[in-house]
Design a protein around this ligand. Structure first.
Ligand code: ZN
Length: 129
């Protein structure tokens, strides 16, 4: 699927969209892999609470500040975005039971934009029976 991100960094809840894929697959028991094709974005699972979403983004800004003398900035000026993506990872694998993703009450799936705004591609593959 395509995602048009709006901000420089943001977390976008894609849980409903992933659930639609699971439903359309007719898989009852299996796994679902969600991955980003980009080196400056990530897929994560966490709580969808506005304060926490802000806290996650602030943590990334504190851990990996911009323009901190990175080598990659000499050619692309976005090393911080790549490094933040390294910390969060590029995919999540979730289990499917009774045609539904197994997610805890407070778990949502997020696309993390780390160098936006851009048009992004996320792949969702459902495997099972
Ligand atoms: Zn780059």
């Amino acid at each position: 699927m395509k995602i048009e991100t709006k901000k420089r960094i943001e977390l976008i809840n894609i849980t409903d969209h992933v659930n639609e894929h699971v439903k359309e697959s007719n898989v009852q028991q299996g796994i679902c892999v969600i991955s980003t094709r980009h080196t400056t974005s990530s897929i994560i699972v966490n709580e969808n609470e506005a304060g926490l979403r802000g806290d996650i983004l602030s943590l990334l800004e504190r851990l990996v500040p911009e323009n901190a003398g990175y080598s990659h900035d000499r050619i692309d000026d976005n090393a911080h975005a790549h490094l933040r993506a390294v910390l969060l990872g590029s995919s999540e694998t979730l289990q499917i039971s009774n045609s539904k993703l197994i997610l805890g009450t407070w778990q949502s799936i997020f696309f993390a934009e780390l160098d936006g705004p851009r048009t992004r591609t996320v792949d969702i593959t459902v495997i099972g029976k």
